[in-house]
Design a protein around this ligand. Sequence first.
Ligand code: ZN
Length: 332
Amino acid sequence: MSGWDEVIGHKQIVDHLKKAIETGKVGHSYIFSGEKGSGKLMLANTFARALQCTEETSRPCDVCANCRRALDRNHPDIKYVMHKKPASISVDEIREQLVEDVDIRPYSSQYKVYIVQEAEKMTPQAQNALLKTLEEPPEYVVILLLTSNEQYFLETIRSRCVLLSLKMVPDEQIKAYLMEEIHIPDYEAGICAAYAQGNVGKALRLASAEDFIRVKDSAMRLVKNISRMEIPEIIDVVREVQEFRVSVPDFLDLLALWYRDMIYFKATRDPSRVVFQDQLRSISETAKICSYEGVEEILKALETARERLAANVNFDLTMELLFLLIKENMHD
Ligand SMILES: [Zn+2]
């Protein structure tokens, strides 16, 4: 399964984007708006691959060199705008990585695609700097602004972009799909669906990992024992999961899922919506000793670690910082 097929739901948006490519009427700037987990990044990534694919159809083949590099987040003409401060994207970051970069022609393809995640975090100055590029973009430039709330954009930005609003794909829909497609049991399908946050490809990847149960178990062992474990020992566990063809970012997402379960349980005491149903005991025990702020910190740190890995920051260092922070926050 590849390309647009991995997208369940969002039919109108997918049709719109495919048609834009087929008719050669690709816009210069799009806003993908939808809540966390609605699949913004997946759609933007797939659109970017479709634009760069050497097959030059409206769908990415996912096997050509361009697609493969894009899948590895290693395509020179698909740029992800990074930001240092978690809460804002500065004018300097927009200038350096986008405004001053657009004049450099694409290296190997027809388009040059910029993906700005959490674009609502652009400061007003950053948005104003971007505006100039939106007004007079070079013909090959396509800018994708991803946001959970497009109301934070200046009106001048919004009016120059094609607005695509995403709705959540219900977990139930993904779960049913997994059970039917690869015949995994209800409980496993539930975990995979929750973990995938609307991304069917991701759900499938985990569900068909060589030994899903073992990967899940090592994640669970880790979160349960983390306060008693030494950092090198923890890093060994993380390395081991790669043997089961589960990537480290995917593994970190599993940990995040467990912490989300925990914070949800802490707030509601309602076990019915906990994803890891067989972990209720450890979830409720940890909920007692962890503060809300602590869990928020941990979830943020997991996100940061994913970004660092994507940016090729040293693996051991990234893991060390992450797990030190988790350990620090695993108490009141
Ligand atoms: Zn391709």
